[in-house]
Design a protein around this ligand. Structure first.
Ligand code: MN
Length: 307
C-alpha cells in the first residue's frame, strides 16, 4: 500500500501558559550546530522508500489580520481564525489522500487538525475515529477562564463554556473515542467531566501497574476491534519532565523516549492510521538539543520507522 504523508507546520504558540511569537517549527527544519538531525533530511531520506511519499507542506502562518486581532485583545477570535485556516489546510490534504503530520504550536492547534479529521472520516464517511492523546494532562478544562491549550478536548467535544467556539456545523468529538495515555495532572473540573463521560484513561499510575507493553496491547486491541481509524495527538509534556523540559509545562513522572517512540511507531504502522501531531515543543528551552532529536524521531515513527 502506498502512503502519502504531508508534514505541516502550525507554529501557533499564542494560547499556551507561556505564549510566544516564536516560530517553533522553523528550527526543526534546518540544520543547527551540535545536532546531526534535521527534519528536511528525514523527509528526504524517507521519501522514495518503497511505496512512501513524504512532502514538506510548509507552515500555516499567523497572518497579519490574526496579529491585529491579538493586538486588539480579541484572543478568542484570533485563535478561531487560525484554527479555521489550519482546518482548511488539513482538510485539503485529507481530500487528496494524504496523511497529515502537524507540528505545533501549542495544543490548541488540535482543534483545527481534529475538526478536519472528524469532518472527513466521521461526518462524511460515517467512520469511528480513535484519538490517542499522549499528554500529562487531559486538556478538558471546560471553564471560560484558563488558556486554550488546556481546553482542546473541551472545545472538540462541545462540553466547553466557550459557546462561540461551537456551532451547528462543527463536528463533535465523542469523548468515548479518546484514549488518554500518560496523565498525571488533573484539574477538579476535569475530574468531574471524566466521571460524566465514558473515557479510557491510562494514567501513569495505571501504566506503572500494568506495564507499558500491556497498555499498548490494550490500545491496539481497542483500535482493531472498536474503531475504523486512529489519530495521534502527542503533547511533548507526556515525556518525563525531570529530563525533558523544553515545554511550558514539564511534569515529572512521565514516559521515557523509548516507550513513546515504540508506542507511536506501533500505532502509526496500523492501516487505520490517518494522521497525527506533535505539540508544545519549545526549541528556545531545548538547550542540549536532545528534545529536537527526539521530536524528529517521533515524526519518523509516525512515518512508520524505528530505524
Ligand atoms: Mn496537551
Amino acid at each position: 500500500m502506498s502512503r502519502h504523508f504531508a508534514i505541516l507546520g502550525a507554529p501557533f504558540n499564542r494560547c499556551s501558559h507561556e505564549p510566544s511569537r516564536e516560530n517553533t517549527v522553523a528550527p526543526l527544519r534546518r540544520c543547527v550546530d551540535g545536532s546531526w538531525f534535521a527534519l528536511g533530511e528525514t523527509i528526504a531520506q524517507r521519501s522514495g522508500s518503497a511505496g512512501l511519499h513524504v512532502r514538506d507542506a510548509g507552515d500555516v502562518e499567523v497572518t497579519p489580520d490574526i496579529e491585529q486581532l491579538f493586538a486588539r485583545g480579541e484572543v478568542s477570535r484570533a485563535a478561531q481564525r487560525y484554527m479555521d485556516f489550519l482546518q482548511g489546510k488539513v482538510s485539503s490534504m485529507l481530500a487528496s489522500g494524504e496523511i497529515p503530520i502537524t507540528l505545533g504550536g501549542d495544543h490548541s492547534i488540535a482543534i483545527g487538525t481534529l475538526r478536519a479529521v472528524l469532518n472527513d472520516y466521521q461526518e462524511r464517511r460515517g467512520e469511528r475515529v480513535a484519538v490517542i492523546w499522549f499528554d500529562a494532562h487531559v486538556d478538558l478544562n471546560t471553564q471560560e477562564r484558563g488558556n486554550l491549550h488546556g481546553k482542546p478536548l473541551a472545545v472538540l467535544s462541545h462540553t466547553t463554556a466557550m459557546l462561540d467556539w461551537v456551532g451547528p456545523r462543527t463536528p463533535k468529538l465523542d469523548l468515548a473515542n479518546v484514549i488518554h495515555v500518560g496523565i498525571r495532572d488533573l484539574m477538579a473540573v476535569e475530574k468531574t467531566e471524566m466521571a460524566r463521560h465514558d473515557m479510557t484513561t491510562f494514567d501513569m499510575g495505571r501504566i506503572d501497574q500494568l506495564g507499558f507493553e500491556r497498555v499498548l496491547s490494550e490500545i491496539m486491541v481497542a483500535i482493531e476491534t472498536q474503531f475504523d481509524r486512529v489519530y495521534i495527538s502527542l503533547d511533548y509534556d507526556v515525556l518525563e519532565g525531570a529530563l525533558f523540559r523544553a515545554c511550558a509545562t514539564p511534569n515529572i513522572g512521565g514516559l521515557m523516549p523509548r516507550e513513546l517512540l515504540h508506542a507511536v511507531h506501533i500505532i502509526a504502522k496500523s492501516d487505520k492510521f490517518v494522521g497525527g501531531e506533535i505539540v508544545e515543543y519549545l526549541p528556545q528551552k531545548d538547550h542540549d538539543l536532545a528534545s529536537r532529536e527526539l521530536v524528529i524521531k517521533l515524526v519518523d515513527a509516525m512515518l512508520g520507522f524505528r530505524i
